[in-house]
Each structure stands twice: as C-alpha cells, then as structure tokens.
Design a protein around this ligand. Structure first.
Ligand SMILES: Nc1ncnc2c1ncn2[C@@H]1O[C@H](COP(=O)(O)OP(=O)(O)O)[C@@H](O)[C@H]1O
Ligand SMILES: CC(=O)N[C@@H](CCC(=O)OP(=O)(O)O)C(=O)O
Length: 289
C-alpha cells in the first residue's frame, strides 16, 4: 500500500505523548496566564484551535487563565459608527463613547464568544471582566491625555482563584473599575501581566500576530529567541520596538520582575502554538527571563 505523505504511525503519536510527559509533570498544578490578542484571532478555525489547546492543558492539570484583547473588533465597531480609532504608543485614545464600545465589545461580544468556544470543546469557562468581584481597579492614566485609558491601581485575583478552585477556566476581559463608578479601558497585555504577577503564575504567554520580538519587523530570520530583562532598555534605545510591541515588551519585563518565572511572546497564527510552547522541547517565539 502506498504511504500517505503525512502519515503518522501510532508509535509516533505515542512518542509525542511521551515527550510531553515531563512538561505535564513540570506544570501540573501550576498557573499559566495566556493573553490572546485581537490580531491573532484571525480565523474561526484558529480561535477554535487555541480554545481546544486551553481545554487540553486544563485537562492535564494545568490552571489556565485566559485574558483576551479584541482591539481589531473594537476598531471595526467604531468604524461602523463612523468613528476612526486613534492609538498613541500602542494605546487607544478612549473618549466616553469609545469606552462604551470597548466595554460592549470586550466584556460582551468577545468574552462570551471565547467562553462559548471553550464550552464547545468540553471545557468549563466562566466569562469575567475587571469589574467583576472588583478584580481590576484603575485610575486615569497620567502623562499624555488618553481619555478613559486606565492605569491599574489594584488587582484582586480572588474571583479568578475561586473560579480555578472550582475547575473553571476564567476568561477575562480587561475593563477596569474606577473609584467613582466609571469604567477604564486597559490594554489586555498590561492586564494579563498584572494578573499573572498577582497569581504568582509560572508563565505568561502573550499570543500575537508576529513570530516574536524581531530586530527587523519585516524579516522573520531576525527573531530574538531569548531576551534577558536587563537587555530590554538597550533594545528600546535601538528603536527596534514600536506600536503594539511596546506595551508587550514592558509587560513581559514587568511580569518577570514581579516574580513570574517566564514570559513569552508567541505567534498565535501558528496552529497549536501554545501546546508547542508548553508541552514540547521546541522553543517558539521570544522568551523573557
Ligand atoms: N521589533 C518588533 N518585533 C515584532 N513586532 C513589532 C516590532 N515592532 C513593532 N512591532 C509590531 O507589533 C505588533 C504586535 O502588537 P499588536 O498589533 O498590538 O498585537 P495584538 O493585537 O496581538 O496585541 C506586530 O504586528 C508588529 O507590527
Ligand atoms: C488602552 C487600550 O489600548 N486598550 C485596548 C484593549 C483591547 C486590547 O488590548 O486588544 P488587543 O490585545 O487585541 O490589542 C483597545 O482599546 O484596543
């Protein structure tokens, strides 16, 4: 019989499971915070692959917290309303009308869609946002005026911890509560990093639409696989980091400084990139130590 080009024998399948064993043992009972960003949510198929990976990791005993973005969805909704999006240093200028859209899209549409997809793969998700259980408190970001963009003042992870204890997969939208009943827009990378630190997570994984941090953003061969936190300032001085990568890098550094063991930026467009990162010998993306 002619062999199929992609034929994988049962022995090879078993070998894959066996190579995952030390990683399952290493991360069993540990917490991993995954941030899934809007630009990596490019297809329905890919979203489902990411959600099934999260369910799989949960079933082998890893506590996964999913923090999500949805920037492109917010921009699309604003556009339909005739409003252009404006970003400063990777952060969206957020007036009151924009804030309503941010809350509606992140805490409503995207959050519930991801929770439902996890349920579709047999996982038990619980959709939350920073307003629930006073999880994320913020004040207006100082410095440049970005409207209702918030600076996190407090993260209380008890609602996430309770959900994990009850074997739910917490799915978190990053809308925060102000002191006077107002809501603030928080960049999802920043929120994920603070949540990871507060949970004393083993890993923070930021999934995006690029292979990782690169010296030349147009040349994948310039990927930087490992970054020591102490090197980041000189990378910034070299001006190789711009746009949405700025908060990402700062978040990885902040998470590691606050005690998260490893922070990673990985390519969410690669199917099953989380499994490759967590359960295999293969390095993927950029790791911050
Ligand atoms: N040095 C760099 N390496 C990689 N990406 C970079 C770099 N500088 C800027 N970027 C940009 O940052 C983007 C990722 O940030 P962003 O679009 O905000 O992601 P997400 O929506 O997934 O959070 C990349 O698509 C890339 O265009
Ligand atoms: C302040 C700020 O910029 N907030 C982001 C929140 C969503 C987000 O971070 O989404 P991605 O991860 O998909 O970019 C925004 O309004 O787009």
């Amino acid at each position: 019989m002619q062999q199929q080009p992609n034929f994988i024998s049962n022995y090879d399948k078993a070998k894959v499971l066996v190579t995952a064993l030390p990683y399952i043992q290493k991360y069993y009972g540990k917490t991993i915070v995954v941030k899934y960003g809007g630009n990596a949510m490019i297809s329905e198929e890919l979203k489902d692959a990411v959600m099934s990976d999260i369910v799989l990791l949960t079933l082998v005993g890893i506590h996964v917290v999913l923090v999500h973005g949805g920037g492109p969805e917010i921009s699309d909704t604003l556009k339909k309303m005739g409003k252009e999006s404006k970003f400063v240093g990777g952060l969206r200028y957020t007036d009151e009308e924009t804030m309503e859209v941010v809350q509606m899209v992140l805490a409503g549409k995207v959050n519930k869609d991801l929770a439902q997809r996890i349920a579709g793969h047999g996982g038990r998700a619980i959709g939350l946002c920073g307003l629930d259980g006073a999880m994320i408190t913020a004040e207006k970001k100082q410095g440049m005026d970005l409207g209702l963009v918030g600076e996190i003042t407090k993260v209380d992870v008890s609602v996430i911890q309770d959900a994990l204890d009850k074997k739910y997969i917490p799915v978190v939208a990053t809308v925060a509560a102000g002191e006077h009943g107002e809501s603030y827009n928080i960049n999802a990378d920043i929120a994920a990093s603070r949540i990871a630190a507060e949970l004393k997570a083993e890993k923070l994984i930021l999934m995006t639409d690029i292979p990782g941090l690169m010296r030349d953003v147009y040349d994948e061969s310039t990927l930087i696989p490992v970054v020591q936190v102490s090197e980041v300032n000189s990378l910034k001085r070299d001006n190789i980091i711009s746009g949405g990568m700025i908060p990402k890098i700062d978040c990885c550094v902040d998470a590691v400084r606050r005690g998260v063991n490893r922070a990673h930026i990985i390519d969410g467009r690669v199917p099953h990139s989380i499994l490759i990162e967590v359960l295999s010998d293969e390095g993927i993306g950029t790791m911050f130590l």
